[in-house]
Structures are given as structure tokens and as C-alpha cells.
Design a protein around this ligand. Structure first.
Ligand code: PEP
Ligand code: MN
Length: 345
């Protein structure tokens, strides 16, 4: 249920209603909007809860939340959520550009990539230190050394760091280096991991599972929100279909669909979504045109020699051109995207 407070309801009245909600055994999520404050009361259904809350001081109405997800829903919060961390600003008119290698491989690789993507207008650096690989014999990531190298690249460029956490055991460690915790497609329905990242203070980038529906993605986000972490970024990264001309099938209708259903920002991953470097730029531009609040793109100094996902990684020049094209579309839509630095040579 949503307890909608009257315009100008006092702080005491809001606090009183939070206590009433909690007294019914429900969790209270307070959303302070530009017009009014609402309290989402979530939990198992209680007899007569609606009637009992309706009579509270400063309450305008108590309405049921129709969507299966609650705190993630637009019904609870009509204004878009903007996630801000260091250099990264995503949502509500700000387009964020997250770029970097699939895996952190060396100091030289990650620092040179951070400098190049920043110069091209990226606002965050991606790079996997813990890698979820299909085969146990593939490169598994540099683990804590990779996190240290990401932190070094952040110190040198000021870029926020986005990196994946694979297991509940590693949340504290990864959060001590990262600015945004990535939950990968394979872990989208790892509910204990979702709770653990929900308990951290770090924003979370939640990737869609390759066979997950929109409701399943939004309910996964709900697990994180329900633990009290409001900074969730959803990511469309492609799904598994009968098609095999691309690594996954990248459905861009999910972007406007999600914008209708949730206030959370949506980013698109055209790298995993296509699996081919030559398709990335066009799908990145299309994602921005579809209303994405950001992109996460794989970039490598020498894609042919990458230890993972080189075939879908852009080199520095390709990334700069992609970012320039995306920026033109974003600006045409009246959105903000960071400028590129002018190259002097
Ligand atoms: C990645 O971002 O490198 C990754 C493994 O992505 P996904 O979880 O979408 O496969
Ligand atoms: Mn990858």
C-alpha cells in the first residue's frame, strides 16, 4: 500500500505514520517527492491495515500498489531516480557513460583505458576483477589485485569504478574499492547476494538475467531496495533466443517499457548484447535514442589480445566515435552527457 500524505503534512505526522505502518508489522519506505511525501508500506497482507492507516493525521489517501514490485514501482515514486556517485550521474536527464575492459588485466591496461575513455567523455570506468566465466579453465580475473588496480585508475582519473561482485562472501571487500557494485546476469536471481548488496551503501548495477522477464528483473531490484539501498541501476544486456547471429538478442523496447514501470535508471550494454565490436556503436546510439539513461561498453587498448570478450570490445578510437555519436543523439533529446576532451595530437 502507499500512504499518500497531504501536501504540507508535517514531519511529525510523517514520523507518526511510519510508526503506525511499522506497528502493523510492515516495512515503511519513505519517498520524499517534490509535491508530497509518500510512505510505501510493504510486507505480507494485513487485515484492515488500509482502513486503520486512512484515519491517520495528515493522510490524504491509502492506495494499493498494483504492481508485484513495490518500491521499484512508478506508482510509489513518479519522479525518476538519479544515481550519483563521484563522476557518474545517471537518470532524470543525465546520461552516464560507463566504459572499460571486460577484465582488469594489468596496471598499464586499466590505467591507459581509464585515461582514454575519460578523454572521450566516459563518466565511469568498468572492469571485472572477479569474473563469472562459463568455463572454469578461462581467465577468472585478478581478484583483489584487480580491485587495487581499479582504485589506482580512479585515483589517476577521478572516474567512478563499476565492478562485479560474484558472491556474498566478497561484498565487503569489493565495496571497499568499488563505487558501484555490478550484479551480473548469472546472479540476477541470487537472492542472498541481492540482499547483501542491498545492505551495502554502494549503488548497484543490476544486469538482466539472460532468460529473465521484466517482472523478474524488477522483483530482483526490489530485493535490493527492500534492504534500504535506494541506488539501483537496471541494465538490459540482451537475452537468449533462437537467434545466433548475435551473442545475445538485445531488445531495446525494454528501455521505454521499464521507464513506464519504474523510476529507476536504465542502462544498456551493447557489448554483451551483440557480441560483435562492429555492431556496438549502432546499438549504443539506438539505446540512447530509445531513452536509455546510460551505457556500459567494453573498451580495450588492444581488443585482439584481450583476456576476455575481445571480440566485442571497442578500441579507443572506436569508443571515442561511438561516444560522439551518442552525445549528439542525447543532446537532440534534451539530455546531458559529459563532453569529450579535445585531442591535441
Ligand atoms: C560483464 O559485464 O563482463 C559480464 C560478465 O556481463 P553479464 O553479467 O551481462 O554477462
Ligand atoms: Mn564481458
Amino acid at each position: 500500500m502507499i500512504v499518500v500524505m497531504e501536501k504540507g503534512a508535517s514531519q511529525e505526522q510523517v514520523q507518526h505514520m511510519i510508526e503506525r505502518v511499522e506497528g502493523l508489522g510492515l516495512k515503511a519506505h519513505v519517498i520524499v517527492g517534490t509535491e508530497r511525501t509518500v510512505i510505501a508500506a510493504v510486507g505480507e497482507k494485513r487485515e484492515h491495515a488500509k482502513e486503520s492507516l486512512e484515519s491517520g493525521p495528515g493522510v490524504e489517501a491509502v492506495v494499493p500498489i498494483l504492481a508485484p514490485y513495490k518500491v521499484a514501482s512508478r506508482e510509489v515514486k513518479p519522479e525518476p531516480t538519479q544515481v550519483n556517485v563521484r563522476s557518474l550521474s545517471l537518470g532524470a536527464g543525465s546520461v552516464g557513460l560507463i566504459a572499460g575492459p571486460c577484465s582488469v588485466e594489468s596496471e598499464e591496461q586499466i590505467v591507459s583505458t581509464a585515461r582514454a575513455v575519460k578523454a572521450a567523455g566516459a563518466t565511469a570506468l568498468r572492469g571485472g576483477a572477479f569474473k563469472p566465466r562459463t568455463s572454469p579453465y578461462s581467465f577468472q580475473g585478478l581478484k583483489e589485485l584487480g580491485l587495487k588496480l581499479l582504485a589506482q585508475a580512479r585515483d589517476e582519473t577521478g572516474l567512478a569504478v563499476v565492478t562485479e561482485v560474484l558472491s556474498t562472501d566478497d561484498v565487503e571487500l569489493v565495496a571497499s574499492y568499488a563505487d558501484v557494485l555490478q550484479v551480473g546476469a548469472r546472479n540476477m536471481q541470487n537472492y542472498r547476494l541481492l540482499e547483501a548488496v542491498g545492505n551495502s551503501k554502494c549503488p548497484v548495477l543490476l544486469k538482466r538475467g539472460a532468460s529473465a522477464t521484466m517482472d523478474e528483473l524488477l522483483l530482483a531490484a526490489e530485493y535490493i531496495l527492500n534492504e534500504g539501498n535506494p541506488n539501483v541501476i537496471l541494465c538490459e544486456r540482451g537475452i537468449r533466443t533462437f537467434e545466433d547471429h548475435t551473442r545475445f538478442t538485445l531488445p531495446l523496447a525494454t528501455v521505454p517499457y521499464l521507464h513506464h514501470k519504474t523510476h529507476l535508471p536504465i542502462v544498456v550494454d551493447p557489448s554483451h548484447g551483440t557480441g560483435h565490436a562492429y555492431l556496438v556503436a549502432d546499438m549504443a546510439v539506438a539505446a540512447i535514442a530509445a531513452g536509455a539513461d546510460g551505457l556500459i561498453v567494453e573498451v580495450h587498448p588492444d581488443p585482439e589480445r584481450a583476456l576476455s570478450d575481445g571480440y566485442q570490445s571497442l578500441n579507443f578510437a572506436q569508443f571515442r566515435e561511438t561516444a560522439d555519436r551518442c552525445r549528439r543523439v542525447a543532446e537532440a533529446l534534451g539530455k546531458r552527457m559529459a563532453p569529450a576532451e579535445v585531442l591535441t595530437r
